[in-house]
Design a protein around this ligand. Structure first.
Ligand SMILES: [Zn+2]
Length: 140
């Protein structure tokens, strides 16, 4: 990580603020629909599956699988990680997918495979901002 962190930072909205506040506490919070029971990401005030507004936050496990990935070799100024790095879609245990970075592994296709078990890692990039990253589960 560049020091100090100079990559663009998220700008929380009223809908996403609980997600970012939870990351600051090193917890991953998602929303679940009370009508159809579907968990979803990104945060919003209605269920993307059935459009119900009966939604609530819950603490997720932080475990998931590598759904797909690419290796970033070229970026603009102030990348989120030194290149090369892994940009990944993570399928969380609770169902939703989120885009993140995979760390703790060589950024090389021979070291990565879809369905690889991963777990969240909390990156405190500034005093106010924590990002969710993932790393392979040891021994999985
Ligand atoms: Zn629903």
């Amino acid at each position: 990580m560049p020091d100090p962190y100079e990559a663009p930072l998220p700008k929380p909205t009223p809908e996403t603020r609980p997600y970012w506040d939870a990351l600051r506490k090193h917890e991953l919070h998602l929303q679940r629909c009370g009508a159809c029971n579907e968990a979803y990401f990104y945060p919003r005030n209605f269920c993307p599956n059935c459009l119900s507004s009966d939604v609530a936050w819950f603490q997720a496990s932080g475990r998931g699988r590598l759904h797909t990935f690419t290796i970033v070799h070229v970026t603009g100024p102030n990348p989120v990680l030194p290149v090369p790095y892994v940009l990944a879609m993570i399928e969380l245990e609770e169902g939703p997918c989120l885009m993140s970075n995979l760390v703790g592994v060589e950024p090389d296709p021979s070291s990565l495979w879809c369905e690889m078990l991963v777990q969240i890692e909390y990156a405190d990039v500034t005093e106010e901002c924590t990002l969710a990253r993932f790393r392979p589960v040891e021994g999985a």
